[in-house]
Design a protein around this ligand. Sequence first.
Ligand SMILES: [Zn+2]
Length: 84
Amino acid sequence: MDRDDNHVYQYILNELGTSGSRDGPRARFKGRIPPKRLKKAIVGYVNTYIKCSQCGAPDTHFIKEDRTTMLKCQACGATRPVKL
Ligand SMILES: [Zn+2]
């Protein structure tokens, strides 16, 4: 995954409605997070910021267009705006 770790982590914290801390590459969450919820949050992240909405390929990257960040698909060339 070619993504900023911290961004992923912040998104997941938001989704779970919890706080946590990062200890190097390991993420810690406050309280007990059921693995199912964690998985759902990760899937949500993937769908929002990684998967191409056109062809479903995960081969995407962010590009900057003016002040908008776009997600560009390497596979089919589709772009869509993403909110970071
Ligand atoms: Zn695509």
